[in-house]
Design a binder for this molecule. Structure first.
Ligand code: UD1
Length: 438
C-alpha cells in the first residue's frame, strides 16, 4: 500500500533529535554474532527495517534474539545455529543486501548456505561478482539457483589472497567475515576502510580474531579455530547525522543532532562549512544551522572513505539548489545515483546531468552511458509537488526538498525511508515540521 506524507513546507526545522547506531554497521555486527560460540550483546541498535530483516534471517537459522527496543540493546545467542528452510528464506528475498554477508559465517558453522535474491536501493547495477569471486578463492562452491545462490564448502575454507578491483564495502566485509575462521592467512588488498568496517574489525577482534590494517588498504587476517561472543556499542550513524544537517541548511533551520560523531564526519563537515553552513561540536553531538546570508556553490566529488561519502550526496544536493552560483557534482561510487534530481527539477531546481566526468577525477563511469555528473545552478526557490520516493537516501532528500519548498507537497512511498532512518516521522514532529500521514 502507498504510504503518503503531506508536507506543508517553507518553514525552518528547529530542535533536537537523536541518532543511534549506524545502519551500515549494525546488521553486519549481527551477522558476525553467528561466528561466536557464546552469546553477543549489541548496544545503540536503531529500530530500522534492515535490523528487522537480519533478525528474521538470523532467527530462521536458529539464532535466539531478544531486542529491547527502548534501550536499543540486542542479545543474540547463536548456540543452536541450524540450516534454514529455503521457502522461509525466500520470503525475505528482495528486502535487503545484507543476506550476502551470511555466506562466510554460515559456511563456517554449517558447511553450506542458501542466500535469497538481494534487495536494497536501485542506484546502479549493484553486482555481487567481487563477493562470489572472493568466496570461491576461499574454496567455496557457488551455485546459482532460481531464487538465490547456494554455497557449499565440503573441504572447509582456506586463507587466501584477495584483491578488490574497487574498494567495495560489502566485499571487504565478506572477506573479513570469511577469513577470520578460515584455515591460515588471508591478505586483502584494495580494501574499503569506512568507519563502519573499522567498527566491524573492533567487533571481530573482541571475538578473538587476529587482524591488522595497513595504511595502504591492505588487511591481513590470521584465521583462528574458535571465536566467542562480543559486547559492543555501535558507532553512530554518520549518514543519518549528515542528512539532518542538510535538512537544517536547506530549510534555514537549526538542528542539534545528539549522537553525531565528529571523527567519522570530517569530510562532510569541511564541505558543509564550505557551502556556508555553521556547526558547533560538543561531547554529546553536533549542532548544525544556517547562519543567514548566501550559501556558496562547490565542486563535489563522491568517493570511498576518507572521501565524501556517496550517501551524503543526495541530501546535500537539495541544499546546493539554494547556493548562489554553479555547483558541480561528480558521483564516482554508483553509476546511477542522480535519477532523484528529476523530481527536484519539477520542484523548481535547475539541475543538468551529464555522462562526462565533471570535476577533477576521471572515474570508472566516464565515456560510458551513465549520467553520473551534474551541474546545479542556484539559488532557485522550490515549490511543492507530488513526488514519489525513489530509494532510501533519495527519499530523504525529497523529504528535505518538500520541507524547504513553499506550499504543499505530497510525498509517496515514504515507508522506504524507514529502512535507514529510525522514527523519522517522530523526529520531524520534534523539529516542528508541518507533516501529516495520508
Ligand atoms: C555499502 C553501503 C551503502 C554505501 C556503499 C558505499 C551498506 C548496507 N550499504 O553498500 O550505503 O553507499 O557501501 O559506501 O553498508 N561493486 C561491484 N561488485 C561487487 C560489489 C560492489 O562492482 O561485487 C561495485 C558497486 O556496484 C558500486 C561499488 O562497487 O559501484 C561500491 O559498492 P559497495 O561498496 O560494495 O557498496 P555496498 O556494500 O553494497
Amino acid at each position: 500500500m502507498d504510504s503518503i506524507l503531506r508536507v506543508d513546507g517553507g518553514k525552518p526545522l528547529n530542535g533536537e533529535i537523536f541518532v543511534r547506531g549506524a545502519k551500515n554497521f549494525v546488521p553486519k555486527a549481527m551477522v558476525a554474532s553467528l561466528l561466536g560460540s557464546t552469546p553477543s550483546k549489541l548496544r545503540n541498535v536503531p529500530q530500522i527495517r534492515d535490523v528487522d530483516v537480519v533478525s528474521e534471517l538470523l532467527s530462521l537459522h536458529g539464532v535466539h534474539i531478544n531486542f529491547d527496543q527502548g534501550a536499543g540493546v540486542l542479545d543474540l545467542n547463536p548456540k543452536n545455529v541450524e540450516i534454514a528452510h529455503v521457502a522461509d528464506i525466500d520470503a525475505l528475498a528482495g528486502s535487503s543486501r545484507i543476506p550476502i554477508l551470511f555466506c562466510g559465517p554460515l559456511l563456517h558453522r554449517l558447511g553450506e548456505a542458501f542466500i535469497p535474491d538481494l534487495g536494497g536501493c536501485n542506484i546502479g547495477g549493484r553486482p555481487i561478482d567481487f563477493h562470489l569471486d572472493t568466496l570461491r578463492s576461499f574454496g567455496a562452491n557457488v551455485i546459482k539457483e532460481d531464487n538465490g545462490i547456494r554455497i557449499t564448502a565440503d573441504k572447509g575454507l582456506r586463507g587466501t589472497q584477495v584483491h578488490l578491483p574497487f574498494p567495495s564495502v560489502g566485499a571487504t566485509e565478506q572477506t573479513l567475515l570469511t577469513a577470520v575462521m578460515a584455515d591460515g592467512l588471508t591478505e586483502l588488498t584494495g580494501a574499503a576502510i569506512e568507519p563502519e568496517i573499522m567498527d566491524l574489525i573492533n567487533v571481530l577482534q573482541k571475538m578473538g580474531a587476529i587482524m591488522s590494517v595497513d595504511t595502504d588498504r591492505t588487511i591481513r587476517i590470521e584465521g583462528v579455530k574458535e571465536l566467542t561472543g562480543f559486547t559492543h556499542t555501535a558507532l553512530p550513524d554518520r549518514i543519518e547525522a549528515a542528512s539532518w544537517a542538510s535538512a537544517a541548511l536547506a530549510t534555514h533551520g537549526d538542528i542539534y543532532v545528539r549522537g553525531a560523531h565528529q571523527p567519522d564526519m570530517t569530510t562532510f563537515l569541511n564541505t558543509f562549512r564550505k557551502v556556508g553552513g555553521a556547526f558547533a561540536i560538543d561531547d554529546e553531538g553536533i549542532r548544525f544551522w544556517h547562519p543567514g546570508g548566501e550559501l556558496k556553490p562547490i565542486v563535489l566529488e563522491t568517493n570511498v572513505h576518507p572521501g565524501f561519502m556517496t550517501d551524503w550526496q543526495q541530501p546535500l544536493v537539495v541544499a546546493l539548489t539554494q547556493a548562489s552560483g554553479l555547483s558541480i557534482l561528480h558521483e564516482t561510487v554508483y553509476e546511477n545515483r542522480l535519477g532523484f534530481t528529476r523530481a527536484l527539477r519539477e520542484m523548481g531546481a535547475n539541475i543538468q546531468v551529464y555522462r562526462e566526468c565533471l570535476g577533477g577525477l576521471r572515474c570508472r563511469f566516464g565515456q560510458r552511458n551513465f549520467n553520473h555528473s551534474a551541474v546545479i545552478s542556484g539559488p532557485t526557490p522550490l515549490h511543492g509537488a507530488n513526488i514519489t520516493v525513489p530509494d532510501l537516501r533519495g527519499g530523504f532528500s525529497y523529504l528535505i526538498a518538500a520541507l524547504a519548498a513553499e506550499g504543499e507537497s505530497i510525498v509517496h512511498g515514504i515507508d522506504v525511508i524507514s529502512r535507514g532512518y529510525e522514527h523519522f516521522l517522530n523526529k520531524l514532529a520534534r523539529l516542528d515540521a508541518q507533516v501529516e500521514r495520508g
